[in-house]
Design a protein around this ligand. Structure first.
Ligand SMILES: [Zn+2]
Length: 263
């Protein structure tokens, strides 16, 4: 693939046996404009040189507000890696996207940008956005997508369906927790989206994802292989390889490409 694709996060239902293309299977061309690609604002997040504070804008349709635990976890995970002395604030806004039917990655970009409260790079504040629409992705097994440098979407109905009927299966709330952090992990460039890790932890069959089942960037979170987690816990944090990649990018040890802002 010569062109960056959007990053649908897929998670198949337990009973489904067909397999799906990975996160990069969407055949959506990268937007060659100031929206960038997932990972295009990685350094803007990691560094405090220009962006000293951050706002995570969550625009949700009525009935689709994220769980408080997802919001709290996202703030925690971003705070662990992004240097924002002015703080990371979450701005929750009920929104009507006036969109009927299912969503494509292009729809997420268009409607997301239409409803952003600010440009992603505004003064010394970095704005990242998650939208929670009331309808699903075109492939309704997709739980979330990261579509450019500042925009992700979470499809709550698919998250609910993914919970499944079994007692020991991760709850919809736990799945939402992990999916939200996973998508923002793509905005942080993980794995190998805007750099090449010195450690071989990208799954060879699932580009842009970790091969470590204890990383929130693990590929199987978004596939029928979620069944592997039925009796275990879904990872909801970055592993040491992910964290070392981020600190290597920040220090300059690891070259970073496709950035909308450079220190
Ligand atoms: Zn993914």
């Amino acid at each position: 693939m010569g062109v960056r694709k959007s990053i649908p996060l897929m998670l198949a239902l337990l009973m489904m046996t067909m397999s799906f293309a990975g996160c990069f299977g969407g055949n959506v061309l990268a937007v060659k404009d100031n929206r960038g690609i997932p990972g295009g604002l990685t350094l803007a997040c990691l560094s405090a040189d220009k962006y000293t504070s951050m706002v995570v804008e969550i625009d949700y349709e009525s009935g689709y507000m994220p769980e408080q635990s997802s919001v709290d976890l996202l703030k925690t995970r971003l705070g662990e890696v992004c240097d924002k002395p002015g703080g990371i604030n979450v701005l929750l806004t009920e929104t009507n996207f006036e969109h009927s039917g299912s969503w494509t990655a292009d729809d997420v970009r268009e409607k997301g940008w239409m409803h952003k409260s600010n440009q992603p790079q505004t003064g010394s504040t970095l704005y990242w956005q998650a939208i929670f629409p009331s309808t699903g992705y075109e492939n309704n097994d997709v739980l979330g997508v990261a579509v450019d440098a500042s925009t992700v979407a979470i499809f709550k109905d698919a998250v609910e369906e993914a919970e499944g009927p079994f007692f020991s299966r991760p709850s919809a709330e736990e799945i939402e927790n992990s999916v939200l952090v996973h998508e923002f992990g793509h905005l942080l460039g993980l794995v190998n989206l805007v750099y090449k890790s010195p450690v071989d932890h990208e799954d060879k069959d699932h580009p842009g994802h970790s091969n470590n089942e204890d990383s929130v960037m693990y590929w199987a979170i978004e596939s029928v292989n979620l069944r592997n987690f039925i009796t275990g816990e879904l990872p909801d944090e970055f592993d040491n390889d992910d964290l070392n990649d981020l600190s290597g990018m920040l220090s300059g040890e690891i070259p970073v490409t496709d950035q909308l802002w450079l220190p």
